[in-house]
Design a protein around this ligand. Structure first.
Ligand code: ATP
Ligand code: MG
Length: 274
């Protein structure tokens, strides 16, 4: 069964899409079966993976409108282990309609159920707002990965998101966890970075991931060439960082599995002594 990870924070330009695309590609390079879903009407994931409009045969929009099933809009990518579902919004009217349809709280969760057995990870990119498709994604996700741009004050965005996650946990999705906070576009040795590092350690230490994504022109350039950075320049700092992020997230999966197995075996042991 796929682990569904939603990439979210209500702040623009902090590296959500770059993280969604490159984390998905890195997990795929590590031979995990990955599906990347673009749930941002802006549609930047398609550009970052080199999907021009002619190459898109349908997306989330058609699925929400019951024109196609989810499996009909799965696109293969250059990486054998990575599949992709674009959002496929081509007008303001389509965007408004998708926003209205995304208010249905259970639709995405129900639709995804049919394909979760075929993937190890489903990564969902979201827009820089909490309502609409971000909420739909949070309602069906197992965890949230929060990218924050180093030196750019997005800390109040984290507070807002954490409160929202708490309310979702209390209502629709009790199992939702926080995968972690990942710093992006990191530039060491600057005053702002120093201040932000200090603030993050003070307020969100338990969520901070070890992997830090440095500012890297290769990451920016790769988007223009429509490739994940690992296919654009596999030895670049950016590619290495996202591979490390993928490994750290895989490690979380292993720890969760150990916890579950540990819990079961404990009760089995207790049961056997009765
Ligand atoms: P939006 O909220 O508008 O969807 P976003 O949070 O998805 O934005 P991105 O589109 O991923 O942010 O990144 C914003 C810009 O920063 C892009 O031009 C991207 O190429 C660039 N960028 C992202 N990460 C890095 C990095 N580590 N180094 C250099 N440039 C980066
Ligand atoms: Mg984006």
């Amino acid at each position: 069964m796929a682990k569904i990870i939603c990439i979210a924070i209500p702040k623009g330009g902090v590296g959500k899409t770059t993280t969604a695309v490159n984390l998905a590609a890195s997990l795929a390079v590590l031979e995990k079966r990955v599906l990347l879903i673009d749930a941002d009407p802006f549609g930047a994931c398609a550009l970052a993976l080199g999907f021009t409009q002619e190459k898109i045969k349908g997306g989330l929009y058609e699925v929400y409108n019951f024109i196609y099933s989810l499996s009909q809009v799965i696109h293969r990518t250059e990486l054998p282990f990575l599949d992709f579902i674009p959002v496929n919004i081509r007008s303001v009217q389509m965007e408004e309609r998708l926003l209205r349809l995304s208010e249905n709280k259970t639709l995405l969760r129900n639709i995804l159920q049919s394909i979760t057995p075929y993937y190890d990870y489903i990564i969902i990119d979201t827009p820089p707002v909490l309502k609409g498709l971000t909420t739909a994604a949070l309602l069906c996700a197992h965890s949230v990965l929060i990218p924050i741009r180093s030196g750019y004050f997005s800390l109040e965005g984290i507070d807002k998101l954490l409160k929202y996650i708490e309310s979702i946990r209390e209502t629709y999705n009790k199992g939702l966890t926080i995968e972690g906070i990942v710093q992006t576009m990191y530039e060491p040795h600057t005053k702002v970075t120093e201040i932000m590092d200090h603030e993050l350690m003070q307020r969100f230490r338990k969520y901070l991931l070890q992997t830090i994504i440095p500012r890297s022109t290769h990451l920016n350039e790769a988007t223009f060439y429509g490739k994940p950075v690992v296919l654009f320049n596999a030895s670049s700092k950016g590619a290495t960082a996202y591979l490390n992020l993928a490994r750290e997230i895989l490690q979380h999966g292993n720890e969760e599995a150990v916890n579950i197995v540990g819990g079961q075996s404990e009760s089995e042991v207790q049961g056997s002594t009765l």
